[in-house]
Design a protein around this ligand. Structure first.
Ligand code: AMP
Length: 450
């Protein structure tokens, strides 16, 4: 349970002035060519799967900047339903894109109000690390909006948090203990809340946050929307949902399939700039019957396929931007065994059901653990043997760990003789990415004039 590190007497105050909007309002004069490019980009985004969900242009542009090209499984089912305002329970693990699954509806549904200083959305999380992660994700997706967010967790001084709350915040992310602390000091007022999220609900209850969560839920407006995310739905989670949610629909987004035992799975530690050389060396060593090389983005697919076809024969690329006719042709050629190397994105990967694939190469580690399971599951089919290799950059150690937790198995480290995938200075992966934000004071973007 969290302790209060600081005793503060905080006088109740009412804001005297309007909150300032984050984005510069006056539109700059833009060149016609630049405008046309922007319009074209927006048009493409509106036609994308995210665009079809009716998201605002600000969110679509931020998704594009983040290179989120297609929604993950949970995002596909969760976002459209959450946008209708109903209460939802999503069963999904970390690494599935669950944060954006609730962050996007929040950013779409709440509107910046210059006269309101109180948060409109509250996200309860079990740990400070997750609070920081969720805050980062929301800031990334809210970059073109005026909405602000703030993470509140223990182990930090209260006064900067109070100061930031006073300046006006739209989305608060916090651990239940610290949120209760602010409520009892009257530095956080929940009367304006429209959406409450319980993230990793099973973990929060395991840690012993149930009393705090219940106290918080009893104080928030009845009319709010409640979203609950949990890897598992044990009876305590169900009981919270029954008590505090309005007939929530349960969306099971946990992928049941796990990577088959018959598939050998390896990883390479490699710097991003050495990946292509590693790919060439690996293909030379393995001499695959047929391989799929997975990249995260369409641009990545194009680049790798282009370079690879200069070095090898029988290379094709496939991704969501290709016309259906072309995709069908590429797939027919791969299925017939005429194409040996197929460079693909995840969207396409899901539809590939070809029995001769001997090798899966994850040129980019997948964004979601479930995509790893999908990708790897393309090999070892119909009794054939399969092997999967994943390229892991030194800073992607956490992603590798998440995959290993998801499949409940450790990937074996592989190396190519005489080839080092790392520049001299780098040594090992798993360099813990410290939550360095914890050392900074919360951002105060908008201030009242005092
Ligand atoms: P989460 O399960 O929310 O921890 O997300 C796992 C990772 O996926 C995070 O690094 C996100 O930034 C990333 N992510 C979330 N949604 C998408 C998407 N649609 N496309 C690509 N990456 C995503």
């Amino acid at each position: 349970m969290e302790k209060t590190e600081e005793t503060l007497s905080v006088p109740e105050e009412t804001p005297e002035t309007e909150r300032k909007s984050k984005a510069p309002k006056a539109p700059k004069a833009e060149k016609p060519a630049k405008n046309a490019r922007k319009d074209e980009r927006l048009r493409q985004l509106q036609n994308s799967e995210f665009g079809q969900m009716g998201l605002s242009r600000e969110i679509l542009l931020a998704l594009d900047d983040a290179q989120y090209e297609t929604p993950s499984q949970i995002q596909k089912v969760f976002i459209p339903k959450a946008l209708t305002g109903e209460d939802l329970m999503g069963q999904a693990q970390t690494g599935t894109g669950k944060t954006a699954a609730f962050a996007i509806p929040i950013l779409q549904l709440i509107k910046f109000d210059e006269n309101s200083y109180d948060p409109q959305a509250l996200i309860l999380v079990p740990t400070r690390e997750l609070a920081v992660q969720v805050k980062d994700e929301i800031e990334k997706l809210a970059k073109y909006t005026d909405l602000t967010c703030l993470a509140l967790y223990g182990g930090k001084l209260l006064s900067p948090q109070v100061q930031a709350l006073r300046a006006g915040v739209d989305v608060v992310i916090g651990t239940p203990g610290r949120i209760m602390d602010h409520i009892s000091r009257r530095t956080l007022n929940l009367r304006n809340l429209k959406i409450v999220v319980l993230d990793e609900a099973d973990r929060m209850l395991d840690i012993g946050f149930r009393p705090d969560i219940e106290k918080i839920l009893r104080q928030v407006p009845q009319s709010r929307q409640t979203l609950l995310l949990s890897a598992t739905i044990p009876p305590p989670v169900e009981s919270i949902a029954r008590k505090y949610m309005r007939e929530p629909e349960i969306l099971d987004c946990s992928l049941k399939e796990i990577a088959s035992e018959t598939i050998e799975q390896f990883y390479f530690t490699v710097a991003p700039e050495m990946k292509f050389e590693l790919l060439l060396q690996l293909l030379k060593r393995e001499n695959p019957h047929q391989a799929i090389i997975f990249c995260r983005t369409k641009r990545g697919v194009e680049k790798v396929a282009d370079r690879l076809s200069r070095e090898m024969q029988s290379v094709e690329a496939i991704h969501g931007d290709l016309q259906q006719r072309r995709r069908d042709r590429v797939m027919a050629s791969f299925r017939a065994g005429k194409t040996r190397y197929l460079v693909a994105t995840d969207v396409i990967g899901r539809g590939i059901d070809v029995s001769g694939i001997s090798h899966i190469i994850n040129y980019d580690i997948p964004a979601f653990c479930d995509d790893y399971v999908h990708r790897v599951g393309r090999t070892g089919r119909m009794g054939h043997e399969g092997v999967a290799f994943t390229f892991v950059a030194p800073e992607e150690g956490n992603e590798l760990t998440r995959i290993e937790m998801r499949i409940d198995k450790l990937l074996k480290r592989d190396e190519i003789e005489g080839f080092s995938g790392l520049p001299k200075m780098r040594t090992a992966i798993n360099e813990e990415t410290s939550a360095n934000e914890e050392t900074k004071a919360p951002p105060v973007r908008r201030r009242r004039r005092l």
